[in-house]
Design a binder for this molecule. Structure first.
Ligand SMILES: [Mg+2]
Length: 373
């Protein structure tokens, strides 16, 4: 039986091109991530990535320790074709640390796919889509810089833009939304994300203001535990409310459905803690007729390849994705070749496993290795 014989782990830091102001955890300069390389007994290599964000799910340093100290003993010797069994064992071994479990699960799927010539999407039931509409986030502290980016991107087919509101003043948010609609009219699909910035008290008047700009959805306007406020916005506004921080997993979603606190959800593999668990979450969402949106934290090419394969094989993930990091934010990535973006869509890669290549050389030349094991 083919089993996992080796695990290598890298805590890396990648430079980013632009500052990102999100309301919490402003990012500037670099982002940290963990890469896992698994090798099977016949020599097949698979990659996975844990990209937590300290204000959202946890730290890269904690993910590194979780894998190195606690998950390594259950992963070494695990049969490559028993991924679900391994995910159960990892959950028994370690509470939380979903990103660490996801990284291992991703590398397992990469190996299993390569061993039989199938993509991860094939292993998840096969593709239902070959491309995924790409959303770019408007989060530069310098709004004019974002406007210049949009002016370049829109003619190239990028038409989905998600504005990070609630960071600057409401007056500034209104000015920026108006400038975007004035410049691009209805050619752009505008979305709004508050990242929990508003308090329920009087939030509705703020939301009614931004609603004039006809956003496709308003994401997480209030703190994650304010589900009854979310429910009141969902019933008062025509614009759908999308839950991000309020919805990590299927249990959160069950509560959201019970309270009718959102119309759609952001699914992030780092929140769900696994590709299989993300599909399980979407099974609940599908049942409630709630579409999913492919969100991200500060993920690089390996994690986004996993996200791309997941969305390709999951029908309910119909609101596109924000996998713009490798092309627009990271100065370099550890993939030998980026996953292609064409006409504002992410192209699901052909090829077995994740459909990507990571080499020792591409890793070492494109990221600073802070620790390895
Ligand atoms: Mg969000």
């Amino acid at each position: 039986m083919e089993t996992i014989s080796n695990l290598r782990l890298f805590l890396i830091e990648s430079p980013i091109k632009m500052a990102r102001q999100q309301g919490v955890g402003h990012v500037k300069g670099t982002v940290k991530r963990v890469l896992v390389e698994l090798t099977s007994s016949s020599g097949i290599v698979g990659w996975g990535e844990a990209a937590p964000w300290e204000v959202f799910t946890g730290t890269a340093e904690a993910a590194f320790a979780a894998i190195d100290v606690y998950l390594r003993p259950v992963v070494i010797g695990a049969p490559v074709n028993r991924i679900r069994l391994l995910t159960q064992q990892m959950k028994k071994t370690l509470v939380g640390h979903g990103e660490a479990r996801l990284a291992i699960e991703t590398a397992m799927f990469d190996i299993l796919g390569k061993s039989c010539g199938l993509s991860v999407a094939d292993l998840l039931g096969g593709r239902v889509r070959d491309t995924i509409p790409l959303s770019f986030s408007i989060a530069d502290p310098d709004f004019e810089a974002d406007m210049r980016r949009m002016t370049e991107m829109v003619p190239n087919g990028n038409t989905i833009f998600k504005v990070k509101t609630g960071v600057k003043s409401h007056r500034d948010d209104m000015k920026h939304l108006e400038a975007m609609r004035m410049a691009f009219g209805d050619t752009i699909d505008l979305r709004i994300d508050y990242n929990q910035a508003l308090q329920p008290f009087n939030a509705i008047s703020t939301l009614r203001d931004v609603d004039q700009f006809r956003p496709t959805f308003i994401e997480q306007p209030v703190p994650k535990d304010c589900l009854t406020a979310m429910a009141s916005f969902a019933s008062d506004l025509d614009t759908p409310i999308l839950a991000d921080e309020s919805c990590f997993d299927a249990r959160d979603l069950m509560e959201i459905i019970r309270l009718r606190a959102a119309d759609a959800i952001s699914v992030k593999l780092m929140k769900a803690g696994g590709i299989l668990d993300a599909q399980a979450l979407m099974a609940v969402a599908d049942t409630a007729r709630m579409p999913g949106y492919g969100g991200t934290l500060w993920e690089g090419g390996v994690a986004l390849a996993a996200g791309t394969q997941f969305i390709a094989a999951t029908p309910g993930m119909s609101l596109g994705c924000e996998f713009y990091m490798p092309h627009h934010v990271l100065t370099e990535d550890v993939l030998e070749e980026k996953i292609r973006n064409v006409n504002g869509e992410v192209v699901v890669p052909d090829g077995p496993g994740l459909g990507i290549t990571v080499s020792e050389a591409s890793l070492k030349s494109n990221a600073r290795i802070l620790a390895q094991s």
